[in-house]
Design a protein around this ligand. Structure first.
Ligand code: ASP
Length: 455
């Protein structure tokens, strides 16, 4: 017999079906037992007498006839609440021992360590099943939009070189080159710009970014972003692509958006009006009904002073200044605090959810940025020589953006933590779910890598 899914039992009244799934709950009344069978489409009630012993969360096969429930026994809270399956045969396929925690509630009250140790069980709960499915639907819709706009999807390396995204790198030792290290990408920034030099013109990727920062609610070691880059665009055109993609994809998952088109504030206006570059425009009513309220922020200062009093970039060293005049100041290294960048940030409900800029495609401008930051000629050559070189072979003007869509999903789904929209997140203390990492390497591995651990 062909498998019937739980939600399809509604269409099979009077027929004999075979169902496969998990025992979501079990109510044994002696002569009669109720089993709620759960599969990827939902739950259906199965009922029978004299059944083999089965424990909750075991995987079972049920054969039986779908019947309409008497009017007074209809369960309005269940999609399949109008029917039940009269069990003729119940087979236990894989027995479950007692779970470390219940998986039917929303699970917020359960400790993080235990939940993440058994994340594959935690993920069985309806809330997380929904979150992960909505995430997939958002990404699918964003892809659909981008493909419709002539973008192509390209993967870039995970083993790469340290890039100045403003965070700490995760590094990977090299066996073939002892004492040398790869860095995991903080973002595909440089590769996507090189793809513009390569002539692809419209690139995107669902990119994993790794940054060794202390985890907090809306930030983990790993996050995913919709990373895109476009040649021959103005700042406004680039912003429009991101805005249209966001509206298209959010609408597909039933998101409510406050204002369209998204309002635009300059950095100065934002600071004056909200006292910060990230702000929340929602009314109390919009907060209650889960509305997403977006705004763009533009015209940021290019540079700021770091803790030691040296100039550093505010957002992205590869950005172009806002105009030829500002680019002139940059090249002459004057009015540094007044130079504005073409950076555009998208904020939503008080969080930064996207950021991008028009890039400089001239080696001189890029070099000047690093000189202002105090890098010597040989340091610039060592770290960014490949970019300067690439820009000397015909580099189109280009710009792009990265969207931290997990934060958007958090806001849409009413979740407080990034990990609620990731399948296998790190713990708040920086350890992996399920598998016990970071962990020690054995002596042989260390030797092969030319590493010695200093305690
Ligand atoms: N690379 C930047 C980031 O990851 C985004 C961009 O400018 O495209 O934040």
């Amino acid at each position: 017999m062909e498998r019937t899914l739980a939600k399809d039992t509604l269409k099979r009244i009077g027929e004999k079906v075979e169902l496969f799934g998990w025992v979501a709950s079990l109510r044994d009344h002696g002569k009669i037992t109720f089993i709620d069978l759960r599969d990827r489409t939902g739950i259906v009630q199965c009922v029978g007498g004299d059944l083999p012993k089965v424990s909750a969360e075991s995987v079972v096969a049920v054969e039986g006839k779908v019947s309409e429930r008497p009017k007074d026994l209809v369960n309005p809270n269940l999609e399949t609440g109008k029917v039940e399956v009269q069990i003729e045969k119940l087979a236990v396929i894989s027995k479950a021992k007692e779970l470390p925690f219940p998986v039917d509630g929303d699970g917020y009250e359960i400790g993080e360590e235990i939940k993440l140790k058994y994340r594959y069980l935690d993920l069985r709960r309806p809330r997380l099943q929904r979150n992960i499915k909505v995430r997939s639907a958002y990404v699918a819709a964003a892809r659909e939009y981008l493909f419709s706009q002539d973008f192509i999807e390209i993967e870039t390396p995970i083993l790469t070189k340290s890039t100045p995204e403003g965070s700490r790198d995760f590094v990977v030792p090299s066996r073939l080159y002892p004492g040398k290290f790869f860095a995991l990408p903080q973002s595909p920034q440089q590769y996507k710009q090189l793809l513009m030099v390569a002539g692809f013109e419209r690139y995107f990727q669902i990119a994993r970014c790794l940054r060794d920062e202390d985890p907090r609610a809306d930030r983990g070691y790993e996050h995913s972003q919709i990373d895109l880059e476009v040649s021959f665009v103005s700042r406004e055109e680039a912003m429009k692509i991101v805005e249209e993609m966001t509206i298209y994809a959010l609408t597909k998952i039933g998101g409510k958006i406050a204002k369209k088109p998204f309002p635009v504030f300059t950095y100065q206006e934002a600071i004056k009006k909200f006292g910060a570059e990230k702000f929340d425009l929602r009314t109390p009513q919009e907060k209650k009904d889960g509305t997403l309220s977006f705004a763009w922020v533009i015209d940021f200062p290019f540079f700021k002073k770091d803790a030691e009093g040296n100039w550093t970039f505010t957002h992205n060293p590869f950005s172009r200044p806002i105009s030829d005049e500002h680019e002139g100041w940059l090249l002459q290294k004057k009015n540094i605090s007044q130079i504005l960048t073409s950076q555009y940030d998208l904020v939503c409900n008080g969080m930064e959810v996207s950021g991008g800029s028009i890039r400089s495609n001239s080696p001189e401008v890029l070099k000047a940025v690093f000189e202002i930051m105090g890098h010597t000629g040989s340091e610039i050559e060592e770290k960014f020589g490949h970019m300067l070189n690439a820009f000397s072979f015909g580099a189109p003007p280009h710009g792009g953006c990265a969207q931290g869509f997990e934060r958007l999903l958090m806001a849409h789904l009413g979740e407080e933590y990034l990990r609620e929209v990731q399948a296998f997140p790190q713990t708040g203390r920086g350890r992996t779910s399920v598998m016990d990492a970071p962990s020690e390497l054995d002596a042989k591995q260390l030797k092969e890598l030319g590493l010695k651990v200093v305690k």
